[in-house]
Design a protein around this ligand. Structure first.
Ligand SMILES: NC(=O)c1ccc[n+]([C@@H]2O[C@H](COP(=O)([O-])OP(=O)(O)OC[C@H]3O[C@@H](n4cnc5c(N)ncnc54)[C@H](O)[C@@H]3O)[C@@H](O)[C@H]2O)c1
Length: 319
């Protein structure tokens, strides 16, 4: 049976990956220290005899007994709120954590897949961003702990590939949304949804004209699984090229939530990228992958999950 180890498996994306790989018949070892993830994200998987949850900080020693066919390194604070709060931890999980995860892959003769990010392009001067673009990153700016951790992790991955013979892949993930995002993680979509569901005003950063291209989680996971079982080294962009301004996203969330709450404007964070859109030609040509879920549909599914959570929380309080 195929067996994989997923670091950061109890996070937003990691938990969807664990779920998907289990559904594909794979045995999954999920390693997480819950610094930004939650055991509840994978609680429903614990009943499976093919699932194991290990509480461990991957910046320390990382060992998984038995055979491992692939190591997916997803551990890292990922939202600005989290990496501002955990700057050193973010750099360490990108450096020491990646080193340990690569070491595990090397010891087991496993394929290694690094979860990198569109933040590797920084505030891009090329639009949309192909993998060949080297980026425009401020190495001492407020987001540098995340951007540079991921750029270093990519370099380390290439060094293991070229000098240690590890079969590696790098995915550059663009903004993704869906169930199991945290309402308080500071990213635009969960913030807008929770504000709209609570009937509060929706806060848009700047004038809202900055754009994002958002991908529904099921589409992203499909792309990642295809890359995992390919022999492509990457980097490969996975994301949805459909571009939407932050203001239009806020309006769409408000409509789908049936809310008439006002939209208010707050200061824009320093070094917030102005545009962001993946060029997904490579993923399309080499993996036969394109995103399928339209933004209205993905947002509706996400809103449904968030409202189930708040109904559940209300019932728990009332009990
Ligand atoms: N969600 C996105 O839109 C997005 C975009 C680009 C890249 N990514 C990358 O994908 C990965 C997952 O992101 P996410 O959105 O699911 O974030 P998340 O915060 O929900 O998940 C990250 C997980 O890693 C765990 N973790 C962090 N440091 C750890 C450590 N030292 N040891 C063990 N576990 C640790 C956290 O507890 C959490 O469960 C990250 O590497 C992130 O950089 C995500």
């Amino acid at each position: 049976m195929t067996r994989v180890a997923i670091t950061g498996g109890a996070g937003f994306l990691g938990s969807h990956l664990c779920e998907r790989l289990l559904a594909d018949g794979v045995e999954v070892v999920c390693v997480d220290n819950f610094v930004t993830g939650r055991p509840e994200n994978v609680e429903h998987l614990l009943a499976s005899p093919r699932f194991r949850l290990v509480n461990r900080d991957v910046t320390e020693y990382l060992h998984v007994p038995g055979p491992v066919d692939a190591v997916l390194h997803f551990a890292s604070p990922a939202s600005p709120v989290d990496y501002y709060r955990l700057p050193v931890e973010t750099l360490l999980v990108g450096s020491a954590g990646t080193h340990n995860a690569l070491g595990l892959a090397r010891a087991k003769g496993a394929r290694f897949l690094l979860a990198s990010t569109s933040e590797a392009y920084g505030d891009p001067k090329v639009h949309p961003q192909p993998e060949s673009y080297w980026g425009n990153v401020n190495p001492v700016g407020p987001r540098s702990m995340y951007d540079e951790a991921k750029r270093y992790a990519e370099a380390l991955t290439m060094a293991y590939r070229n000098s240690r013979g590890v079969d590696t892949g790098i995915v550059r993930i663009f903004n993704t949304y869906g169930p199991r995002m945290r309402a308080d993680d500071g990213r635009a979509i969960p913030t807008f949804i929770s504000q709209a569901l609570r009937g509060e005003g929706i806060t848009v950063a700047g004038d809202g004209s900055q754009t994002r291209s958002v991908c529904y989680v099921d589409d992203l996971i499909e792309g990642i699984v295809r890359l995992l079982w390919s022999d492509l080294p990457g980097p490969v962009n996975i994301g949805n090229p459909h571009e939407l301004s932050i203001l239009d996203t806020a309006r769409l969330v408000r409509r789908l939530c049936g809310s008439d709450a006002p939209i208010t404007f707050i200061p824009r964070p320093v070094d917030d990228p102005t545009v962001r859109q993946p060029d997904i030609t490579l993923a399309h040509q080499r993996l036969g992958w394109t995103p399928k879920v339209a933004v209205d549909d993905g947002l509706a599914r996400t809103i449904e999950w968030f409202s189930d959570q708040s109904v559940g929380a209300g019932q728990r309080r009332a009990a």
